[in-house]
Ligand binder design. Structure first.
Ligand SMILES: NC(=O)c1ccc[n+]([C@@H]2O[C@H](COP(=O)([O-])OP(=O)(O)OC[C@H]3O[C@@H](n4cnc5c(N)ncnc54)[C@H](O)[C@@H]3O)[C@@H](O)[C@H]2O)c1
Length: 332
């Protein structure tokens, strides 16, 4: 399977390494319009074809799949060109800059029987897969809230705001954890540095049930925090991605209301044991690349991946609208 990688910046080299190590993939082409990045690629992959011109890839019939790891504003154009020239596409998150573009790419892929797949790396992360199992086993009880924080002194992007850049990770995970779909969103944020590009934002998802999800993203924080608190009515869980090994902690803690007392409500606080579960530590990108390869081999779309791409695009579109309207709640 001949793979062409477009975009060899920060993330591209991680994709290149995993493609190169995959048993059925051949890292056939690397493309970047920055000559320095091409020189870097040449040092590690002397036998791979190198180019700064994406047309070389689009027009090459030997290329079976195109992997796109450029800045998000380039995703739609490059994915569309690749699909229209008969190539399967793996595109970095976010798949495109709007729901309309995302939907169009998926339609082109499906109608041409080509695979389209988005890299939601965290879905293949062992700790996240473990949390998914814990939630679905019912151990936490009914999920009441999810509170996610993804902040650091991050690289300011030119073509997406901080939600498009960072919240995509949390959204992909939360959408896969919880079967119920959000029905409305609200977002507030600020553009302190670049006009119309929020570097700090707070996104809330509302559901028909009393579940509430809040995601705080920032490129302007002095410390790196990658944390998610999941509150169930039986137990609560904290996921800390910065922790080197013990990323998940399940707290047998909760609050019980005793309504039997007629005069007043009695509140019981339960502070029980903390459990630290084990999880698989295989590199998520290796698993993601393999999932994509299997989709291509079987010529079968990953429906979950497609549904999540569409839902994230819809949420981000509505979040933009809410940001422009000082946090107004927007129905999905
Ligand atoms: N899945 C993850 O965990 C993860 C992590 C980081 C970044 N990403 C995603 O990866 C993508 C790239 O991010 P990055 O941080 O590597 O950005 P980057 O700016 O470091 O790299 C992008 C590279 O693409 C090249 N490029 C841009 N347009 C091009 C074009 N038309 N033709 C050829 N080359 C082009 C640039 O020269 C640059 O080298 C983004 O979509 C980002 O959201 C995903």
């Amino acid at each position: 399977m001949n793979i062409a990688l477009i975009g060899y910046g920060y993330w591209g080299p991680n994709l290149a390494r995993n493609i190169n190590q995959h048993p059925v993939m051949d890292l056939y082409y690397i493309c970047d319009n920055n000559e320095n990045r091409i020189s870097e690629a040449k040092k590690l992959y002397p036998h791979t074809l190198l180019t700064h011109n994406t047309d070389d890839i689009i027009n090459d019939e030997n290329v079976h799949c195109v992997v796109i790891a450029t800045n998000p504003s380039q995703h739609y154009k490059l994915a569309k060109q690749s699909l229209l020239s008969g190539k399967h596409v793996l595109v970095e998150k976010p798949m495109a800059l709007s729901f309309k573009e995302t939907d169009e790419l998926i339609n082109i892929a499906v109608s041409n029987k080509l695979i389209i797949f988005s890299d939601f790396t965290f879905l293949y992360n062992g700790a996240i897969k473990k949390i998914d199992k814990i939630i679905k086993s019912g151990d936490l009880g009914r999920i009441l809230y999810i509170d996610a924080t993804r902040i650091n002194l991050g690289i300011f992007q030119n073509d997406v705001n901080v939600l498009g850049d960072l919240a995509t990770h949390d959204l992909s995970v939360i959408l896969s954890f919880i079967e119920e779909k959000p029905v409305a969103v609200s977002a507030v944020g600020r553009c302190h540095i670049k006009k119309d590009i929020e570097n700090l934002a707070y996104l809330t998802l509302f559901y028909n049930s009393d579940l509430i999800v809040h995601i705080h993203c920032s490129w302007s924080a002095p410390v790196k925090i990658r944390q998610m608190i999941i509150g169930g009515d039986k137990k609560m869980l904290i996921y800390n991605d910065i922790e080197p090994s013990e990323k998940i902690k399940v707290y047998d803690s909760g609050i019980t209301f005793n309504y039997e007392e007629k005069e007043s409500i009695l509140i019981d606080y339960r502070r029980g044991d903390v459990f630290v579960p084990k999880y698989d530590t295989t590199e998520p990108l290796k698993i993601m690349i393999d999932k994509f390869a299997n989709c291509v081999i079987k010529n079968q779309q990953d429906i979950k991946n497609i549904q999540i791409s569409l839902k994230i695009a819809q949420i981000l579109d509505k979040a933009k609208l809410s940001l422009q309207n000082q946090g107004k709640t927007i129905l999905l």
